[in-house]
Design a protein around this ligand. Structure first.
Ligand SMILES: *[C@@H]1O[C@H](CO)[C@@H](O)[C@H](O)[C@H]1NC(C)=O
Ligand SMILES: *[C@@H]1O[C@H](CO)[C@@H](O)[C@H](O)[C@H]1NC(C)=O
Length: 321
């Protein structure tokens, strides 16, 4: 722009012939400048487009981001990978402020972790057999059945029964002491992993209820208890929860389709693909709003194990009575 203004001020001092020549020169100059700036912005554009497309391509190739009508999806844990110890920190919500705080346990650091290495696939299979045995006694008419070894709650038709009362001594023929021992052993390992990841002492957290096995298939929901797919916040649903964990007992794409766990963040949905033996854990406040996708085919088994910092809400391991 500056050369044009200077050229203009000089023409005012010249004669008419000179004026025409200068006007012509000015037109040429200005068109050269325009052309150049167009070329420059075009190049910039190309660079940006190239960068953007390589980012998109990189993400698609690495399989971590997908763009669809469903929005943006990032995979935090693929079913095919073996994750030693993955931790993603997220800022804590204020949910913990409306509850009594327990220093050294109540989350100050919030986030999500995934590990495939603290529970083996053989152990996952053994614990899945406990779920199969227990749930074979009952089962929801809809797609989602639960079994809570602690309270004995078992889905049956459109309701729940207390398995220990309903089946009485028969329960002893179904479960063994080893089953309960295994549950306790795995619960302890998960508790230690959570404590380690969040930098707290394992002895300051307590198992809390409900803690349950779930079996989900694609049958149509019959009651609201079957509607597992709604987004929710564990601390809102169950005030006592501070840390939630899920142990998956079957494999996404092998045993069932759909049924991925989804953290619903503002910018993206972040999924954990279930894999037998995979433990996914997170702080229970609204920083971790989540849902489970509907299961499209097959059967998905998992167990939810939750922890509280409030000893008054603590429960012991389930015992075979
Ligand atoms: C997350 O998924 C839901 C559907 O489950 C969708 O409505 C929402 O737009 C998605 N969010 C983002 C940020 O893509
Ligand atoms: C799903 O499970 C229920 C029992 O909870 C069973 O009655 C139903 O047949 C199963 N549906 C399919 C499609 O396997």
């Amino acid at each position: 722009m500056a050369p044009q203004r200077r050229a203009g001020s000089r023409t005012a001092e010249s004669g008419s012939a000179g004026m025409e020549a200068r006007a012509e020169a000015r037109r040429r100059l200005s068109s050269v400048i325009k052309g150049n700036s167009q070329k420059v912005s075009h190049q910039k554009w190309l660079k940006v487009a190239f960068l953007l497309s390589s980012v998109v391509l990189g993400c698609l190739l690495s399989g971590s981001y997908f763009f669809s009508e469903e929005g943006v999806t990032e995979v935090l844990g693929h079913y095919g990978e073996i994750i030693e110890d993955r931790f993603i920190e997220v800022p804590c919500s204020e949910d913990y402020d409306s509850h009594k705080r327990f220093e050294g346990c109540t989350p100050r650091k919030c986030g999500r972790g995934i590990t495939d290495t603290i529970i083996s696939r053989v152990e996952a299979e053994r614990i899945r057999r406990i779920a199969e045995k227990g749930l074979s006694l009952g089962g929801s008419d809809g797609g989602a059945s639960i079994l809570d070894l602690h309270s004995g709650a078992l889905s049956l038709g459109k309701h729940f029964v207390d398995m220990y009362r309903y089946f009485g001594d028969k329960v002893h023929n179904i479960f063994s002491e080893e089953d309960f021992h295994l549950y306790s052993e795995l619960r302890q390992r998960i508790q230690q992993q959570i404590a380690l990841s969040f930098g707290i002492s394992s002895s300051s957290m307590y198992l809390t209820k409900p803690t349950f096995f779930s079996r989900i298939n694609n049958s149509e929901a019959k009651t609201t208890h079957d509607e597992y797919w709604h987004p929710h916040i564990d601390k809102v649903t169950y005030g006592s929860f501070d840390y939630t964990s899920l142990l998956y007992l079957s494999d996404y794409t092998e045993d069932f389709g759909g049924g991925r766990f989804v953290f619903m963040d503002e910018g993206a949905n972040r999924t954990v693909e279930p894999r037998a033996g995979r433990v996914s854990f997170f702080t229970s406040g609204s920083e971790n709003l989540h849902r489970v996708e509907k299961v499209h085919w097959g059967t998905r088994y998992a167990i939810t194990i939750s922890f509280t910092c409030n000893p008054d809400h603590g429960i012991g391991d389930p015992v075979l009575t």
